[in-house]
Design a protein around this ligand. Structure first.
Ligand code: NAP
Length: 259
């Protein structure tokens, strides 16, 4: 009998998939038997990541696609569908963070840069994949999972990173709307809200003793999260085990939000 979390036969697209959380999720999806395509800006890093993904023995691919480029995104979706036959799961994960010392230092340029990737790029990717999923449903093959990478900062204030939190709040709002609009096509949409996950994105804080003593150590699971900590949740949301699970935002934060 097929395992509840078996992803064989499913094609999964992960944006921002060449490192950090995206790569760990891509590896988790491949380890669960899924075919995986990653998109990320840096072609060399994509090649490196692909080597890692190939070890799981499923079909894998990578493309140097910037999610803010509307044409590249629509052509990229066409290419994945052409080469892999379909897209069952999108992990819309690509994101950037440009924290500033204070909200008062926040320039309109920084505000727009972060919005361009985390909100507009997210929207473009999800829209193009949903077009494909709906078309497939119209042809009698419904189904699909959209996994939106939000953040705990969507609901928990982060000084100097209000603009980032705003983009992650936008992901929550869009995920809920999409879940309602596309449920009739068998498409599920859920958001993940990671807490403190140790990646290059926050490397300036890895050796921050005050942050460790005052926050990280005091959390119920008193350590930084690792990118691999996210993989199981993504596998679940992509799998048929989650067939009745839609429209939610799941905190994955070592219990931080419970305090
Ligand atoms: P990361 O290590 O910096 O990885 C993000 C990846 O996305 C990078 O490879 C980055 O490429 C890529 N990317 C950026 N802009 C892109 C674009 N326009 N098109 C395609 N790819 C793009 O960060 P991470 O920590 O793994 O974060 C992954 C996601 O989780 C992000 O959405 C982030 O906001 C979210 N998140 C992270 C944490 C955390 O604690 N780490 C917590 C909550 C949420 P470049 O580096 O070349 O720009």
């Amino acid at each position: 009998m097929k395992s509840l979390f078996d992803l064989s036969g499913k094609v999964n697209l992960v944006t921002g998939g060449s490192r950090g959380i995206g790569l760990a999720i891509a590896e988790g999806l491949a380890a669960a038997g899924g075919d995986v395509v990653i998109w990320d800006i840096d072609a060399d890093r994509n090649t490196q990541a692909l080597k890692q993904l190939e070890q799981h023995g499923t079909r894998v691919g990578a493309a140097p696609i910037d999610v803010t480029n509307e044409l590249a995104v629509s052509q990229g979706v066409e290419t994945v569908v052409g080469e892999f036959g379909r897209i069952d799961t999108l992990v819309a994960n690509a994101g950037i963070s440009k924290a500033v010392p204070s909200f008062l230092d926040l320039s309109i340029d920084t505000f727009r840069d972060v919005s361009a990737v985390n909100m507009e790029g997210w929207f473009l990717t999800v829209r193009e994949v949903l077009k494909h999923m709906k078309e497939r449903a119209d042809q009698g093959d419904p189904g699909g999972a959209i996994i939106g990478q939000s953040s705990l900062q969507a609901t928990h204030g982060s000084p100097g990173n209000e603009h980032y939190g705003a983009t992650k709040g936008a992901v929550l709002a869009m995920i809920k709307g999409i879940a309602v609009e596309f449920g009739r096509y068998g498409i599920r949409a859920n958001a993940i809200m990671p807490g403190f996950i140790k990646t290059d994105m926050n490397k300036r804080n890895h050796d921050n003793i005050a942050l460790y003593e005052k926050v990280i150590k005091r959390m119920p699971i008193g350590r930084w999260g690792t990118p691999q900590d996210l993989a199981g949740l993504a596998v679940y949301l992509a799998s048929d085990a989650a067939c009745y699970h839609s429209g939610t935002a799941i905190e994955l934060d070592g219990g931080y939000a419970a305090m």
